[in-house]
Design a protein. Sequence first.
Length: 136
Amino acid sequence: MYIEFYALWAEDAYAEESEESPEAAVELLTSGEGRLCFRSGGHTHHAVFTAEVWDQAPPKDERAWESSAEVEWFCRSGEVALWSYGGPSDPVVELGAEDTLWRVRAYVRGQERVRELAQQEVPAGVEQFLVQFWPA
């Protein structure tokens, strides 16, 4: 996922496009105004974004992560598009159920390192997200 200006967010893939882009997130993961906003560590870079869809709460991922957070989020279409200021991602994340309230857990690593590297280059794969979705 190509991230610009520290901004990464997710929206229902078929929601009307908002004229307002969100500000860069302060917390790792927040939910509001139909969006999931993720804090990114680097100004401009390529992050690894892995999404998992579960039918129940997954076990906590025990790998080394810098931070994690969990929120609830409603998705009408069952498909999620990732965004940064350059536009939406392709392909979308298919959740498999419409009109569903989801629990969303995000993990991240590499934010400290990408913050340093992105000041001098456009790093790829340094910042890594794991995001898990399951019905609330």
